[in-house]
Design a protein around this ligand. Sequence first.
Ligand SMILES: Cc1cc2nc3c(=O)[nH]c(=O)nc-3n(C[C@H](O)[C@H](O)[C@H](O)COP(=O)(O)OP(=O)(O)OC[C@H]3O[C@@H](n4cnc5c(N)ncnc54)[C@H](O)[C@@H]3O)c2cc1C
Length: 403
Amino acid sequence: MDDPRNAPARRANVVVIGGGNGGLSVAGRLRRAGVTDIVVVEPQTDHYYKPLFSHVAGGTARASQTVRPQADVTPRGVEWVQDAVASVQPDADQVTLGRGKRLQYEHLIVAAGIRQDWDAVPGLPAAMLSPAGASNYLFDLAAKASPLLRDLRRGTVVFVQPPGPASCAGAAQKPMYQACAYWQRAGVLADIRVVLLVPDPTIFGIPAIDAELDRMIAEYGIEVHTDARVTEIDAERRSLIFTTGTTGHAQSLDYDALLVEPPQSAPPFIAASGLAGPDSAGFVDVDVRTLRHARFRNVWALGDAAATTNSKSGGALRTQTKVLAQNLVAVLRGREPRARYDGYGVCPFTVSRSTAVFAEFDDERRLTPTLWRTSYRESRLNWIIDRYVFPQVYWHLILQGRA
Ligand SMILES: Cc1cc2nc3c(=O)[nH]c(=O)nc-3n(C[C@H](O)[C@H](O)[C@H](O)COP(=O)(O)OP(=O)(O)OC[C@H]3O[C@@H](n4cnc5c(N)ncnc54)[C@H](O)[C@@H]3O)c2cc1C
């Protein structure tokens, strides 16, 4: 068989690394703006709407509602290459794919998301394979979480939010509130010790949101440990060790069910390709307002893979894709990139099985509600939007670059 490394490189106007939320959405926007010859490199056969994983784990959505074939959601007029990028050679305007094939670009957009580091905590992989372990951060584990939480009638359940960069960090808490509401209605909440381990000094870090969440925590009787990090899990004994505070005081905790959001970090190929910066923790070193690379003028990045200062979320991408597409089109037409990203991000918290709180905020953690002024308060309407409206907007508008 011919070695793909010897084949001449295919040249495209725009190569997008990653066909997730940001990659497809920005490709769709560029196509609609008249840009042609756009190639999206994405290894996965299926595309997931990840915000709904939390509803699956919490028992208010089915796993099948979160997934569609990648081929069906790739915007019309955009070419999908099913492969993974192994490395980028930014000085040669080239990417090398996993099977050795090369692609040359006029402009490159990095939208490769964030990596889930399941091996970062000793014992975590074994815990996830055991009957008592689950997570809303992976399709299969979210489906496993739903019956695990539903069938619990007594004992201890532990929810873990990790330190460090994360995709919608607060999502660790969503199935917890939904499960508590379920146990409350079933009359068993008093028999279940619910423990939440969070890495920060408060539950979220914005006073108005902390107040809403703390009210729910008090109502459900959740035991919260702040400044906490899990250092070790023993799946066989169903116990874990976690430390708290600056002293690193260690405590052990036995559990009957464990829901973990994994530690996360930048995909390694970014730093290995020279696209990270000295302070970007391995994420793509972009101007946080224009989303253009700090050194390579034809490289751009957005979403979870970019070293922007916002909270990483799909909501942030609704603004970022617009800004990046406008700026790239301007550059293609010989103009200056003038659009600016304002650092907007969002974390919708489902706080029961029928209400939600929208934490909408900028990169200085100031509230920036876009739906209505009090969207940060618990409401039924927030829940309807999060559970029913957003998924439809995602599949039909966002992925096509229409919203
Ligand atoms: C459980 C969970 C709940 C969430 N809830 C919410 C929410 O309620 N609201 C909200 O706004 N956001 C939420 N988010 C965050 C949101 O899903 C992400 O911020 C968003 O998906 C980021 O988009 P992205 O394109 O940067 O990355 P992704 O959507 O993760 O896409 C990255 C793509 O790149 C591909 N890729 C990776 N490496 C390579 C490579 N080397 N070569 C080619 N392709 C590659 C991957 O296969 C993937 O398809 C949640 C996330 C999770 C995990």
